[in-house]
Design a protein around this ligand. Sequence first.
Ligand code: GAL
Length: 663
Amino acid sequence: MRIHFGVDYYPEHWPRERWETDAKLMKEMGVQVVRMAEFSWFKMEPSEGEFHFEWLEDAVALLDSYGIKSVLGTPTAAPPAWIIEKNPEILPIDMQGRRRHFGGRHHDCQSNPAYRAHIKRFVTAMTKRFANNPGVIGWQIDNELGNSHWDLCMCDSCKQRYQEWLENKYKKIETLNDAWGTAFWSQGFNSFAQIGTPLITAVGENPSAMLDWRTFCSDLIVDFAKWQADIIRENCPNHFITHNYMCFDEKVNYYDLGELLDFVSNDIYPAGNWQQQPHQPCHMMAASHDVIRGYKKKPFWMMEQQANTAGWGTMGHALDPGQMAAWAMQSVAHGADAVVFFRWRTCAMGTEQYWHGILGHSGIPGRVYQEAQKLIKTFEPYMEEFQGSMPKPEVAIVHSFRQAYALQIQPNHPDLWYVGQLHKYYKGFYDQKIPVDFVQGMDDLSQYKLVVAPLQYIMTPELEQHYIDYVENGGHLVLTMRTGVKDDNNLCMTDRCLPGRLGDICGIEIPEYDCLFCKECSALYGSKDYPIEKWADIITLKGATALAEYGSSFYKGMPAVTENTYGKGKVWYVGTEPTEDFMTDLAEYFVKNSDVESLGSAPEGVEIMTRENASQKWIFVINMTNENKVYSLNDSYKMLEGEREGDLKPYEVHLFVKKKYGR
Ligand code: GAL
């Protein structure tokens, strides 16, 4: 069974007489899978216990008769009005203490026992009903968990869960008081029962408490997903379970969530209507795919790949001819085993009337349909072979939800964005056509020649030791500003000079620093003076050498970037946030001195990526722009798709392969 291309389909939005036309058009386009039902609870259970799955069974059977398989979503991101009427306490409460009401989606509290009971009843019935349906292959739990829940939920049920979570973590209230530093502003507690959810305060908040709250929220969402995953596993042992992630989104720890799933799926809208630019920069899209691959260290599905103009109240632009296909192939190049387009047909009703699909409102196939058809016809034949293959990067960037949370709670500099800083480092490698993995700090790093660990703000003795061992054994490590500042409770560490124990492997000490808020500064590297941003660690050398020096302020001439040899390896410390040109030059230096290899060379906007398995290695060259471009590869490969090697037309994709012998 080949399942590589599909669409998100909402048959319940259209008259039945249309379904067969849809199935036929899908088949002609090359669709092999649809995702359905993730928002159709009311249609399946219009009142308590009154189940109507027949319409969905009919849709599944019809599609199956055209050779199209179904992934079903549990519709728990949109509880119907009758559930809210019966159990209004399900509606979530925001930080202002206000209830959010029915009329959109995600109007649910994920800890609420009444809601959990409704879910149990419904998901049990749905999974039992479809367990042996030959058209169904798998499940998507809920939809984009964490989306819309940014400041939710502060209700009594969540409060009770939070108190239990804290008691389980700290056991004694005195331990919590120490861990949260409640001596400050008289915030001590006598019992766990006194601790509330973080409703808006008169002023300020406790960073340690907030870090626990963020972690609790993530754990709660994972538990909410598990509530459903357990039911699906029990009733549908032959089906897979996945969930549609949102790239780098931080509300739920995607590594933890991934443990419940067979594979991860992703949603990507590079030209969302909310964006101030024509589309997300290509390196950010690429990084999103790489982090998605990193959450489970395996290939993934795209469950919602943007097909056309995005829009709710206002709209983004129409995609250029070929742009959607180039984006889809970028997903594949980074590890997608299947690409499902959002959505099949542009909806005529509701909030998303302007979120355009493969078909427009009219349902008549047009340019976008033909482009999707061509894409599938061209690349489907290779997709089966790509299955399971992965890139094998020599560079890793460390990614952590905990660092993200701590730096959201206290960004240090008002514009510091943890994920943004990962993107900056990533771009330094992306532009050199060097594949990158995202890893967690405690992962086995030994397979990487170069590891970049930006903003290691929260530090534990275990992580320190892990980095020390990596370098000692020959690894090349880049550490940056704000490393080793906080302990795991989000309290500032006092037993050391920054960056703590890692100062030994860096060969430096940082007795002072300067937040570059309302202040300009530069760094001299080679013969150039580069502007720098946000931060300046004022570094004293303790064995390291200076690679770059500050060009202004009272620390002019002091080291901004350092290099140190330790054990068999090397550590670079970057005491600031380099601006783009500086980052480019630094990344080139790191690459050169770590023997990392590039796949080729090409101007900005041309992506070169690779996937491989035991017998073959593929190279994807993708023109992400509407201009002609040139490129060259650093090795010789056999061209499988494309017109002229080295020359790309707008949005053209070239595919190459190399057989690996002797294995
Ligand atoms: C996604 C979501 C879809 C749809 C789409 C367009 O975030 O999963 O259900 O809402 O955005 O807005």
